[in-house]
Write a protein that binds this ligand. Sequence first.
Ligand SMILES: [Zn+2]
Length: 280
Amino acid sequence: MPELPEIELLKREIDPRVKNRTVLEFKVRNYKLRWPVPEYLPKIITNKNILKCSRRGKYLLFHFEHGVQIIHLGMSGSIRFIKDEPPGKHDHLEWVFNESIILRMNDPRRFGAVLWHDLKNDGQLHENKIFKNLGLEPFSLELTDEYLYKKLSNKKKSIKQIILDGHIIVGVGNIYSSESLFKSRLNPLIPASELSMKDCAKMITSIRETLNDSIGSGGSTIKNYVSTNGESGNYIKNHASVYGRDGLPCTLCNSKIIKIKQNGRSTYYCPNCQDVNKKK
Ligand SMILES: [Zn+2]
């Protein structure tokens, strides 16, 4: 599944190539994604300028003067610039800017989504139901130790689940929440409300470092990602300390990394470095 770093890399690749360009044609070969692509969409963006491409959480946003196209890649979606290639079975959507700039979205499992937010009728973008409950961006200046501490103070769920659900900090995802907790030496099972201000500071730093590592290693991830539709394989192979390493020795203490399930999702941690009793 594409994670925040992949979407950030996509945004960085797409924005300079589409910014201030006119969509000459928007082709929809299959409207049946996770939610149906609005049938009016080709009509309202054709011959309109994209002002910029941005990202919110794991959503890519194409900003037009009259609205915002909201793109989510779901479980298996990918988006890339193509050259003169006939569309394949799962190439559902295409933005044509000119002969040499064509962006194509592929999604074999069709859990992705392409929606429209009309700035006149639907209000401001952050009021959209998709974005209303999203937490702060991990790199937002508003995300401070005090902010996180206050937000966690009444949360009884485990810190792993709270980080993963995206309501306080958006887009950390399953891989990076395990990695960030390891970097912070925090046990994933601790109730979120038990984190101290210092723990919160460590957690924020770790999340940012982990995501930055992944974005930084993305030079090749993104190429693999957009062309082969792979997961974050590059990051996991080269950077992961705990994720996917159950049974292997911890890089710091040699203890065996263990894997548990939390709310149906896998969590990996070192029982020694992240000993629940060491926190006290
Ligand atoms: Zn360890």
